[in-house]
Design a protein around this ligand. Structure first.
Ligand code: LLP
Length: 388
């Protein structure tokens, strides 16, 4: 019999819910969050969970219960974060295209700060804050032109990307803000990309931030906060061996290389690294179809439930959690009428038959939240392990 290390799932209890669904391992989520809490507190770092990675209300409220802040990119995310129990005073709001209603909502909640990305946005926030008689805290999102060495769709910190202010424009922006009565500049914000596994990219970011800090000092501007964004990657190949990202090295790197000034606080915005490994997409095999040279496991989940393989060619480990039979090769495909609706090709799975459950692993981040209703499919539901 093949010896395959697989995740542990209460498969016999899965009959009570409809597949496909997202399964969130609460123990692993808690262990991950507790480690992040410990390491961030030890290094005096404020953590804002990037809600975009997973906004399932049950997951959000677990994260909120640990005392983290939230990083939001839409008015609805700000609302969801507040409803899940994140204090508004720990919410940061980023995004290149914040609309007036979204800005107004955030002003009403008195969120911690707006991570602003352009001059016209600053003008609008100033105007809307003035109308409410408020002063909005602003961090300038700076495009540091640091290569994150990750997929080109999720690299954000290069000059060619749409995000943030260009470093050359900062001096004039700072002067402009000084004349805006309803804005208070409280810091700088950076984010170089996502799924970063080469930590030296973060070291390069620190070098860039340190240089910029000197410039701000020469302009006589004091910054209270340095927000270095998110981006820490996870191990998609080995979710069972590496269930928790290397947060110790991550925080140690910043403690060593980021030169904070007296009274300054470092902030960060991890998304994926907090929630990816605790989540699996559970799907049932509808048919096993034998082709001439291949066999297909046709499952009831599709790219509408987890789009990462189709969109980014992303790898997710797949396990047959119903079978211990000898391994065979399969293409695991969904039912959607698109040829990109393939989870993986030519992979080894324990001998698979109709009705078996497959777990598509490391899907807790950018999984459920990116689901769509294409082909009029029902959106996948998310369940905590404690619900079984
Ligand atoms: N902060 C900002 C400003 C961001 O743009 C992002 C992610 C984060 C924080 C969180 O980054 P994380 O720690 O999760 O890497 N859908 C893609 C990922 C898009 C990430 C967008 N920004 C995927 O499935 O890989």
């Amino acid at each position: 019999m093949a010896q395959v290390v697989k995740g542990s799932f209460p498969v016999e209890k899965f009959v009570k819910v409809q597949t496909p669904f997202y399964y969130y391992d609460v123990d692993l989520l808690n262990q991950t969050l507790d480690l992040v809490k410990k390491e961030s507190s030890a290094n005096n770092v404020e953590v804002h969970y990037a809600v975009k990675a997973n906004a399932n209300p049950k997951v959000l409220s677990i994260i909120a219960s640990k005392g983290f802040g939230a990083d939001c990119v839409s008015g609805n995310e700000v609302k969801a974060a507040v409803e899940a129990g994140f204090p508004a005073s720990k919410i940061v709001f980023a995004g290149v295209g914040k609309t007036d209603p979204e800005i107004n909502l955030a002003l009403e909640y008195n969120i911690f700060c707006f991570n602003a990305e352009s001059i016209p946005e600053l003008e609008v926030i100033n105007e809307l804050a003035a109308a409410k008689g408020k002063v909005a805290n602003i961090e300038l999102r700076v495009n540091p032109n640091v290569d994150a060495h990750t997929h080109h769709y999720i690299t954000t910190g290069l000059n060619e990307n749409k995000f943030g202010f260009n470093m050359d424009d900062l001096e004039s922006v700072v002067k402009m803000i000084a004349g805006m009565k309803n804005l208070k500049l409280i810091g700088l914000h950076f984010h170089i990309g996502s799924q970063i596994t080469d930590l030296s990219s973060f070291e390069n970011l620190c070098v860039r931030v340190n240089d910029l800090q000197e410039k701000f000092e020469s302009w006589g501007v004091k910054l209270e906060n340095i927000n270095i964004g998110g981006g820490l990657g996870i191990n998609y190949e080995h979710p069972n061996h590496m269930p928790i990202a290397d947060f110790e090295s991550y925080f140690r790197l910043f403690a060593k290389h980021l030169k904070l000034r007296a009274g300054q606080t470092m902030h960060c915005e991890p998304g994926r690294s907090l929630v990816a490994q605790c989540g699996s997409l559970i799907t049932k095999v509808t048919y096993v179809k034998k082709g001439k040279e291949k066999q297909f496991a046709i499952v009831d989940a599709g790219m509408t439930d987890l789009i990462r393989p189709a969109l980014y060619d992303a790898y997710h480990r797949i396990e047959n959690i119903s079978s211990d039979a000898d391994e065979e090769k399969y293409d695991v495909v969904g039912p959607i009428c698109e040829s990109s609706d393939v989870f993986d090709k030519e992979i080894l799975l324990n001998g698979t038959k109709r009705g078996d459950y497959l777990a598509i692993r490391s899907a807790g981040a950018y999984g459920e939240i990116m689901a769509s209703g294409y082909n009029l499919r029902r959106l996948p539901q998310g369940y905590l392990s404690t619900e079984f």
